[in-house]
Design a protein around this ligand. Structure first.
Ligand code: BGC
Length: 745
């Protein structure tokens, strides 16, 4: 990576990858250009722009056809079956096409870490590691691989639109959906989700980014009013979307259930029109989260383009509103144009979906590879890891169903394991057995297994073995938050008992996001495996035995206790939820008064020590940093140069992180991540790296001028291997305010 900014190199790599994968996965282009069709349907000319093609189709459409495009046709299990239910593909929703004009149906499926409901449809999907796990690789190429695999499997199962692409920030660490998102930093999360979407969409599916915006907790998600300042939201949650949309160009944005500053997100003009469509120039369409539409005239005027999964507000009611002049035809046309544009831009018109067979073995390999690069080694006292089988007589494996599987995240993200369809919010364990994977690496070493339900019996087993490995889990899901960051099911007591019996205790965590670790000083090792996907156990074994040198780093902070969170107590709704109907109003508020201080920015600003900081992760080798140089360029561009060296005896990959402290007058948290680079290094090898820092990432949102600006003063850049280990630093002063950065991305 020497001599390039990570961002630019990644961009080119991703572009090259997209070009490579598109023909391989894209299927056959429809023969749409010849004969009568070309004459009658000039929009099938693929040399025209998606905008021109959309305009041409729109002119041909009747009012009923237009209305047909702006709402869903139902979801299995949601309300009464609708007349067209049989045309659905079994996914979360579908939109009728316009057959006479060659416009296909949009068949949507949830696809957070793999395609949902496959078993229900008699098919199979690869379960990848959770999205948060993928973010821990800090590797946009891995995000691209992740997206490409999901896009390919969507098409193989008859879908041409994904509902994946979650990027809500980990502002509330107890949010039950944090595993579906990409962590607490907007630039890292936005970059990762953008690359995922880009490569998913390159397979000719309409890409999606969600849940726009500030759906940062599940408790009362349908009725919570999020109160937050303009600058705070622009620089945090919205920035993740802005960056993700800028890189991935998704065809769709899903607006969220919650309200923001008084208006539900799906009828929030400021979010949908002022910011997303006008300021960021988003050309695609906005669809509501399922049941997240609450009005006809207001939602349409605010910029909602498509109601899902039914037509309570955007069916007959919208038609009547148009006929009565309450909704101008031009407004309806705008919704339709945006939907058509995304259909053309993504290629779903030119490359009609053909069902195929999922490459199961290929999926296993990708899932394992991503898992190996996403598990974070958090503690390794006395180099207890990697394990040397020749030096061991026995290993005790304890808890977490480790004899049979590894847990996954629930809700609409849930991927079915092989076998019968999984039920909503059932705890699903993928059949990837850590016990078997570990035993396979250590032939001749005795394996003891204890279920971990009784700490005393687990301690007995641990005492007999050279090493004890406890598998601890935390199941999380859409629709609920975890009440606390403590491990559930008395697992802290289990780990304490095992650690007291055997000082060589290693804890492997299978968690949705951060958990607290009251036992941290009493165990020798901790590996955060997240939700590891359907080859998670192989990846765990690869790391425990050193076949893979861990290289992932935390995309979230692990706090010491719930008391240290910005909101020590989760804010929950006063009464039950109501999702539909015009009468719906927010019933309670959560005030995000921590504002800009999301994740590490909170702990930095409040001087709160943490358990493990953002950006932290160990390796079996060590790295050093030197030769720091800052070169301010024209247009407030800054180039940061440094050398990173592998000072240990194993090959590895180091994520070098660049943070900046803005001038005090900017009123920002102490530092923000502005760049990083993941570099493979052999033992003793060093690499000179040069990262161009995007000036937009140095700016702040100015409420006075409603724009981004750079503040004059001294900027201190810091480089190192975690947000709390930054050995290199230097400053640069901008005396004159540099020109404002361009709007949007
Ligand atoms: C979730 C969305 C999901 C949709 C369809 C909603 O409950 O919030 O993320 O895409 O359902 O399943």
């Amino acid at each position: 990576m020497s001599g390039h900014s990570s961002a630019r190199l990644y961009l080119w790599t991703v572009l090259a990858l997209s070009l490579l994968v598109a023909p391989a996965f894209g299927g056959h282009r429809a023969q749409n250009q010849g004969g009568n069709q070309a004459k009658n349907q000039p929009w099938m000319d693929t040399s025209l722009s998606p905008d021109d093609r959309a305009d041409m189709v729109l002119k041909e459409m009747t009012l009923d056809e237009k209305i047909g495009l702006v709402h869903g046709e139902g979801m299995p299990g949601w309300g009464k079956p609708r007349p067209n239910w049989y045309l659905g593909n079994g996914g979360a929703g579908f939109v009728l096409g316009v057959e006479r004009l060659g416009i296909p149906m949009i068949q949507m499926s949830d696809a957070a870490y793999g395609v949902r409901s496959s078993a229900q449809n008699g098919r199979y999907s690869t379960a990848l590691p959770s999205d948060l796990a993928a973010a821990s690789s800090w590797d946009p190429e891995a995000a691209c691989e992740y997206g490409a695999l999901i896009g390919t499997e969507l098409r193989a199962q008859g879908y041409n639109m994904t509902l994946g692409g979650g990027v809500n920030l980990t502002r509330e660490p107890r949010n039950g959906r944090n595993f579906e998102y990409m962590g607490e930093d907007p630039i890292l999360a936005g970059t990762m989700v953008g690359n995922r979407i880009k490569c998913e969409q390159a397979q000719h599916v309409i890409g999606d980014i969600k849940h726009y915006a500030l759906n940062d907790q599940e408790s009362g998600r349908n009725e919570v009013n999020v109160i937050i300042g303009e600058r705070a939201m622009r620089e945090t949650d919205l920035l993740a979307f802005q960056v993700g949309i800028g890189i991935g160009h998704p065809g769709a944005v899903m607006c969220s259930y919650n309200a923001v500053n008084g208006d539900f997100a799906c009828e929030n003009k400021h979010l949908l029109t002022d910011i997303l469509k006008n300021e960021w120039n988003f050309p695609g369409f906005v669809l509501s989260d399922w049941g997240g539409t609450h009005s006809t005239v207001k939602a349409s005027a605010a910029g909602l383009d498509n109601e899902e999964p039914e037509d309570i507000f955007f069916g007959e009611k919208l038609k009547q509103a148009v006929q009565a002049g309450q909704v101008p035809m031009s407004e309806l046309d705008e919704h339709v144009r945006r939907i058509l544009r995304s259909e053309f831009a993504s290629g779903i018109v030119d490359y009609p979906v053909q069902k195929g067979v999922v490459n199961v073995e290929g999926g296993f390999a990708t899932s394992r590879d991503i898992a190996e690069h996403s598990m974070v080694l958090l503690k390794n006292a006395g180099s207890v890891l990697p394990l040397d089988p020749s030096a061991l007589h026995s290993i005790a494996i304890i808890g977490g169903h480790a004899d049979s599987g590894m847990i996954s995240g629930g809700g609409s993200a849930q991927v079915d394991p092989p076998g019968p369809p999984s039920q909503w919010q059932a705890h699903v364990w993928f059949p990837t057995s850590p016990l078997k994977a570990i035993a396979a690496r250590a032939p001749g070493v005795a394996m003891y297994f204890d279920r971990g339900t009784d700490p005393e019996s687990a301690a007995e087993v641990a005492k007999k073995a050279d090493i004890a490995i406890v598998f601890a889990y935390q199941w999380t899901s859409e629709g609920m938050d975890v009440p606390t960051l403590s491990l559930p099911d008395h697992q802290d007591a289990l780990i304490d008992a095992v650690a007291a019996a055997n000082p060589k205790t290693i804890v492997v965590l299978e968690t949705g996001a951060a958990v607290t670790m009251p036992w941290i000083d009493r165990v020798s090792g901790v590996l955060e495996a997240w939700y590891g996907g359907n080859r998670g156990a192989d990846a765990v074994a690869d790391i425990l035995f050193g076949d893979v040198n861990p290289s992932a780093k935390l995309p979230i902070t692990f706090p010491r206790s719930d008391a240290d969170l910005p909101h020590p107590k989760l804010v929950t709704p006063p009464r039950g939820r109501h999702t539909r109907g015009e009468e719906a109003t927010p019933t309670f508020s959560v005030t995000y008064d921590e504002g800009l201080k999301v994740g590490y920015k909170w702990y930095d600003a409040e001087n709160k020590p943490v358990l493990f900081p953002f950006g932290f992760g160990l390796s079996y080798t060590t790295y050093s940093y030197s030769d720091f140089k800052l070169s301010p360029g024209s247009d407030s561009e800054v180039t940061v140069s440094f050398t990173v060296k592998n000072t240990g005896s194993r090959a590895g990959a180091e994520i070098s992180e660049v943070y900046v402290a803005l001038p005090a007058s900017a009123g920002e948290p102490p530092k923000r991540l502005v760049g990083w680079s993941k570099t493979k290094l052999n033992p003793g090898e060093s690499r000179a790296l040069t990262l161009d820092i995007d000036p937009r990432f140095l700016s702040i949102y100015d409420e006075g001028t409603s724009g981004w600006k750079l503040v004059p003063g001294t900027y201190t850049f810091m480089v190192g291997g975690s947000s709390q280990s930054l050995p290199l630093s230097g400053s640069v002063a901008f005396d004159v305010p540099p020109p404002p950065p361009p709007p949007g991305r």
